[in-house]
Design a protein around this ligand. Structure first.
Ligand SMILES: *Cc1c(COP(=O)(O)O)cnc(C)c1O
Length: 426
């Protein structure tokens, strides 16, 4: 357990150069590693010794950032992936296969919803979606004998629903299955899901953790707390013939899950990040603790201003006392949520689309959680094929604008929004 404050971990990470070595994490842009004897290399392949032998399975630069984010979340180990989507995919495939079942919150990132709804069923893994506000009875009813995990987002993208982590963990554990939480939006600066019973955390590091919108990435963090021997996880508790009959829970104890993810899934599926992207992630995360409070503060102040504006139909921001999620926010992330808010503009789809076009400081982007303010009107962009009725059914209102506050000066962000609203006809 790393007892340093998270700010210090952000700035210095787990990289400790020796005398005369580079102060900054070096980029090990090498696919391969040299060994002097075949025995030394053989031990690596038998998982008897620690070390790098091929970058698909591990790399010194990537290793540094993995250890850093594991420390930030309070976990025992982590594995970086090429994108957030592959982190979620591998986190699931590590413990679920054909014939298995997932219970997932319905408030999910679109890509994750597609993965669970369309792609995983083709591999034989099905999902029952539950409302993030599901009652105990509704949650209980979603479990099946073949349920292998529960999944949710600490703050969902884009609907901004806050997950009741403790409640979802309680139900998962009653069924001897782990809770996996996507903690992309609040980041460990504002929310630490392991402290509330989550067992595995995943991130799209493409968002705040990198923060500069320069590198796609994902990461899986293992809390080390889940007892894999109490459930039906044969891949972890029975011998792996591809490693001479090694059993993960026996050989790696509370790091069994994250070790298997690497030695088994990354070996066979290869969703590996480039060492350069790992370097960029480390660099970006050096200032995460400074950026997140500014993102959150800008978002909350903008939400407060819009809530009072007669031209605005509604504002969604879990930090506002008027939010239905305010109590959960106070419990799980009392110091802030994230920089993303959404709001509806009176006058419907046309005004929302026009508003987006009038913005000058905020960029129109299919992205969020960038240090530069960006905006998206889903009905005229990502969801433009849908009719108004289909949009309503998907929970995306035609008048809704998703607004990701950057770390610019608040008065400038507010002025940009106000001048765009001033140009609309009501
Ligand atoms: C963006 C995002 C993802 C997907 O991550 P990529 O890095 O784009 O693959 C997953 N979950 C959440 C909450 C996201 O915002």
């Amino acid at each position: 357990m790393d007892n340093r404050h998270i700010d210090t971990i952000c700035a210095q990470g787990c990289y400790k150069p020796k005398s005369g070595e580079p102060r900054v994490v070096p980029i090990a842009q090498s696919t391969t590693y040299l060994y002097e004897t075949s025995e030394a290399m053989g031990d690596l392949f038998d998982l008897k010794a620690d070390g790098f032998f091929y970058t698909r399975l591990g790399n010194p630069t990537t290793d540094v950032v993995e250890k850093k984010i594991a420390a930030m979340e309070g976990g025992v180990g982590a594995m970086m992936t090429s994108a957030g989507m592959s982190a979620t995919l591998l986190a699931v495939l590590n413990i679920a296969g054909a014939g298995d079942h997932i219970v997932a919150s319905s408030a999910l990132y679109g890509g994750t919803f597609n993965l669970f709804e369309n792609t995983l069923p083709e591999l034989g893994i099905t999902t029952t979606f539950v409302s993030p506000k599901a009652s105990d009875e509704e949650l209980e009813a979603a479990f099946k004998p073949n349920t292998k995990l529960v999944f949710g987002e600490s703050i969902s993208n884009p609907s901004l629903a806050v997950l009741d982590i403790e409640k979802f963990a309680k139900h998962a554990h009653a069924h001897h299955v782990p809770l996996i939480v996507d903690n992309t939006f609040p980041t460990p600066i504002f929310c630490r899901p392991f402290e509330w019973g989550a067992d595995i955390v995943v991130h799209s590091t493409s968002k705040y953790l990198d923060g500069h919108a320069v590198a796609l990435g994902g990461i899986i963090v293992d809390s080390g707390n889940f007892d894999w021997t109490s459930g039906d996880y044969k891949g972890l508790t029975e011998p792996d013939e591809s490693y001479h009959g090694l059993t993960y829970t026996e050989a790696f104890g509370n790091a069994a899950y994250i070790t298997k993810a690497r030695t088994h899934l990354m070996r066979d599926l290869g969703a590996t990040p480039s060492p350069f992207n790992a370097f960029l992630l480390d660099l970006g995360s050096n200032t995460l603790h400074l950026r997140m409070p500014r993102h959150a503060d800008n978002a909350k102040r903008l939400a407060e201003a819009l809530e009072k504006d007669p031209r605005i139909a509604y504002v969604t921001c879990p930090s506002l006392p008027s939010s239905p999620d305010y109590e959960l926010t106070q419990k799980y992330m009392p110091n802030g949520t994230c920089g993303v808010i959404s709001f509806g503009i009176k006058g419907g789809r046309d005004n929302a689309q026009a508003f987006q076009g009038f913005l000058k400081l905020a960029g129109i982007e299919t992205h969020v959680a960038d240090l530069r303010t960006c905006v998206l009107h889903p009905a005229s962009t990502t969801h433009r094929q849908m009719t108004d009725a289909q949009l309503e059914a998907a929970g995306v209102r035609p008048d809704m604008v998703r607004f990701s506050c950057g770390i610019e000066n608040f008065e400038d962000i507010l002025a940009d929004v106000m001048q765009a609203l001033d140009q609309l006809k009501f």
